[in-house]
Design a protein around this ligand. Structure first.
Ligand SMILES: NC(=O)c1ccc[n+]([C@@H]2O[C@H](COP(=O)([O-])OP(=O)(O)OC[C@H]3O[C@@H](n4cnc5c(N)ncnc54)[C@H](OP(=O)(O)O)[C@@H]3O)[C@@H](O)[C@H]2O)c1
Length: 296
C-alpha cells in the first residue's frame, strides 16, 4: 500500500523541500511541485491541481520565509502562509487526506527562559510569526489528520544558507560581530526531512489513519540550543577549509546594535520531547548534526 499512495510535496526547491523530495521517495508515489506549476498566490489553480492528483498525503514545504520583508508585504505573506494553507486544509478534510505543515519557533515571543513546549502560549513578535501562527490554526481547525511541525534556525548546506553566509564572511572579514543574545535550536534540513520521513514510515501507507491518530502540534528541531555567536564559532571550528579563513576574532554583539524591520524573539529553544515520546525518534544535538553537515 505504501508504495502506491500518491504523496504531493508542495515546494521542492527550498531548504526542506529539496531534502523531502529525496527522503519521501520510498513512502509512495511522490509528485513534487514548485513554481511555475504551483503558486500559493493562486489557490484556486493550486487546489485544482492537487484535486486531480488525489493524494493520500500532502506535505507543505512552501512558505513565505523572508522575516524582514514580511513587515512590508503582509498581504502576500498572509496569502502564502495562511490563506492558501487554510484552503489546503479544507481540501484535506473533504478528501480524507493527511496534511503535514511546517511552522516555526517564531510563533513565540522569546520571553521564556526554558525551552518551549507545545503547551506554551504562542505570542509572535513579527508579521512572519503571526502569519505562521494563523497558518497553524487554519490547519488545526480544518484538517482532521494533520501534523503541525514547528522547527527552528534551518540550514541546508545548499545555496546561500546561514552556514554558507558565515563561511563567506570568514573569507572576507578579519573581525565578525555576531549577536550573543539570540538563542535558538539550529536544525539541519536534511535530518529534519529524514526524521519526518521515518515518522511517516510508521503509517505503513495508511497516512490518514496514522496522522489522525497522532494529530497535533510537535516541536522538531536540533537538540539543545545555542546563541548565534556559539553557532558561528562552531561553524568556523568545523570548517573543512579553515586555512582559507581571514577571520581572526569573533566579537559578541547585541541584537539592538543591528536594527531590522522585524523584531526577533531572543529565546526560542524548542523542547522536542513530545515528538520523541510519540514516534520514538529524536534529532541529535545541534552541534553533532552540524559536524555531520560540514563533513567533506
Ligand atoms: N528557514 C528557517 O530558518 C526556518 C525556521 C523555522 C521554520 N521554518 C519553516 O520551515 C519551512 C521550510 O523553510 P525553508 O527554510 O525550507 O524555506 P525556503 O528555503 O524559503 O523554501 C520555501 C519555498 O517556498 C517557495 N515559495 C514561496 N512563495 C511561493 C509561492 N507563492 N508559491 C509557491 N512556492 C512558493 C519558495 O520559493 P522561492 O524561494 O522561489 O520564493 C521556496 O522554494 C517553512 O514552513 C518555514 O516557515 C524555517
Amino acid at each position: 500500500m505504501a508504495a502506491s499512495a500518491n504523496i504531493v510535496l508542495l515546494g521542492k526547491i527550498g531548504q526542506l523541500g529539496w531534502e523531502l523530495h529525496r527522503d519521501l521517495q520510498p513512502l509512495g508515489r511522490v509528485i513534487a511541485l514548485d513554481y511555475p506549476q504551483i503558486d500559493f498566490t493562486r489557490p484556486a489553480e493550486l487546489l485544482s491541481i492537487v484535486e486531480s492528483l488525489q493524494p493520500a498525503l500532502i506535505v507543505n514545504a512552501v512558505a513565505y520565509t523572508n522575516v524582514d520583508k514580511a513587515e512590508s508585504e503582509p498581504e502576500l505573506c498572509d496569502q502564502i502562509n495562511c490563506l492558501t494553507v487554510e484552503q489546503l486544509a479544507q481540501h484535506a478534510a473533504r478528501r480524507r487526506c493527511g496534511l503535514i505543515h511546517i511552522s516555526t519557533d517564531y510563533v513565540f515571543d522569546g520571553s521564556q527562559s526554558r525551552p518551549y513546549t507545545e503547551e506554551d502560549q504562542p505570542h509572535p513578535l513579527n508579521h512572519y510569526g503571526r502569519s505562521k501562527l494563523a497558518g497553524e490554526q487554519a490547519v488545526l481547525a480544518n484538517a482532521p489528520a494533520c501534523w503541525v511541525l514547528r522547527t527552528a534556525w534551518l540550514y541546508s548546506r545548499r545555496a546561500n544558507d546561514f552556514v554558507q553566509r558565515v563561511l563567506t564572511w570568514s573569507r572576507q572579514q578579519e573581525i565578525l560581530k555576531i549577536v550573543d543574545d539570540q538563542i535558538g535550536s539550529p536544525t539541519w534540513a536534511r535530518l529534519l526531512s529524514q526524521i519526518i520521513s521515518l515518522a511517516l514510515a510508521q503509517a505503513r501507507g495508511d497516512y490518514f489513519e496514522f496522522i489522525q491518530a497522532t494529530r497535533g502540534v510537535y516541536h522538531l528541531a536540533g537538540d539543545g540550543a545555542a546563541s548565534r555567536l556559539a553557532w558561528v564559532e562552531k561553524i568556523l571550528e568545523l570548517d573543512p577549509a579553515r586555512h582559507e579563513q581571514k577571520t581572526r576574532q569573533v566579537l559578541p554583539a547585541k541584537t539592538a546594535e543591528f536594527p531590522t524591520p522585524a523584531q526577533r524573539p531572543l529565546f526560542t529553544a524548542l523542547d522536542c520531547s513530545k515528538f520523541e515520546r510519540v514516534f520514538g525518534l529524536r534529532l541529535p544535538a545541534w552541534d553533532q548534526a552540524l559536524a555531520l553537515a560540514m563533513e567533506k
